[in-house]
Design a protein around this ligand. Structure first.
Ligand code: 5GP
Ligand code: ZN
Length: 113
């Protein structure tokens, strides 16, 4: 996707504060952090949201989920962290390239009771 901001970041056309990169996945700090540590995991493949994810993406999504705790630990989040995937306009998604937020470093209140 030529005009997608996270595709541009994945291609290196827009700078980011990189946390991790491999052939399939990029992780970078959120430009407007919601907590002391706030980064996002994105697939290099453009998938608009979780609603567009398919069976063929299962391994990629699994890889991203398993990377989350590894990278969180590397960022000092030994005590835990929150993962968030906003999906669709109703889910508060603003950037329509699937991403997993990893948030922590403070004491986060429960999000759902
Ligand atoms: P969403 O609401 O779609 O789940 O979250 C999108 C996130 O992307 C927001 O937290 C926003 O701060 C972040 N964001 C938007 N544009 C950029 C950008 O150009 N660079 C970085 N690093 N983060 C961005
Ligand atoms: Zn994209």
């Amino acid at each position: 996707m030529s005009d997608c901001i996270f595709c541009k970041i994945a291609r290196g056309e827009i700078p980011c504060r990189k946390v991790y990169e491999d052939d399939d996945v990029l992780a970078f700090h959120d430009i407007h952090p919601a907590a002391p540590v706030h980064f996002m995991l994105v697939p290099k493949l453009h998938i608009a949201s979780l609603m567009q994810a398919e069976e063929a993406h299962a391994a990629l999504l699994g890889k991203m989920l398993l990377l989350a705790p590894k990278l969180a630990k590397e960022q000092g989040l030994d005590n835990g962290f929150r993962t968030v995937i906003n999906t669709g306009k109703g889910g508060g998604q603003e950037v329509f390239h699937l991403h997993i937020h990893v948030i922590g470093g403070g004491s986060l209140p429960p999000m759902v009771r």
